[in-house]
Design a protein around this ligand. Structure first.
Ligand SMILES: [Zn+2]
Length: 218
């Protein structure tokens, strides 16, 4: 894991951090690095309301908020920002709203790296709206002062950065489990496979991977 001044994580949904970044967040916090996680919505349009259904859209908002608090606690994260935008609407926000939000966070926190989805490779419209805002915000900052941009890419191979988060695997598993309304049933199976020592599962879970975004002026 790298030495950082401050890590800023920006995702649209509670749970976006769980599989790809929670080991990094826990690891950086363990090293004493300040970490801020800005979560733009409360995921009330999430695909799972439980089976049998445990929630309406409104109560899902409250449930996911609680789950996100629990996830933050699992990672040791103290600076959690819930921005409260409506789920599945980020792409319809006025131009520049999210970009300004990202610029304000960078201005306030002076991070050395910003982690989000990788532009145009997030699959979900909220993911791509978020990463576009991060990219556009960072592009406005002078290249000598610009934090690095690491993206989680769902549809792009060969990440430039990959490292083990195995020392923080218990925290990572707790973080995933905290998002019970979304991952509960699925993860219980996955965890069994992990505990049984299945190589492919260990490989996925114990390593985190990022694509480094390059700006035109670099
Ligand atoms: Zn998401």
């Amino acid at each position: 894991m790298y030495d950082e001044r401050h890590v800023l994580v920006i995702f649209p949904h509670p749970d976006d951090e769980a599989y790809g970044v929670s080991g990094t967040i826990a690891g950086q916090i363990a090293k004493g690095t300040p970490v801020t996680y800005a979560c733009l919505t409360l995921g009330e349009m999430g695909r799972n309301v439980g089976n049998p259904p445990i929630a309406t859209r409104e109560s899902l908002r409250e449930i996911r908020k609680r789950e996100l608090f629990e996830a933050a606690e699992s990672m040791g994260l103290e600076d959690l920002r819930m921005l409260g935008y409506r789920d599945k609407t980020l792409e319809f926000l006025d131009d520049g709203v999210l970009k300004q939000l990202v610029l304000n966070l960078i201005d306030e926190l002076n991070p050395s790296v910003v982690i989000s989805f990788y532009p145009e490779h997030g699959v979900h419209p909220d993911h791509d709206a978020t990463s576009a805002a991060v990219r556009d915000a960072l592009a406005e900052i002078d290249s000598t002062k610009r934090p690095r941009f690491w993206g989680i890419a769902i549809t792009k191979d060969d990440p430039e950065i990959e490292y083990s988060v195995k020392p923080f695997i218990n925290q990572k598993i707790s973080t995933i489990k905290a998002h019970d309304s979304q991952f509960g049933t699925m993860f219980r199976e996955y965890e069994k496979r992990y505990l049984a020592g299945e190589q492919e599962v260990s490989e996925r879970l114990e390593n985190e991977r990022f694509h480094v975004y390059s700006f035109d002026d670099e």
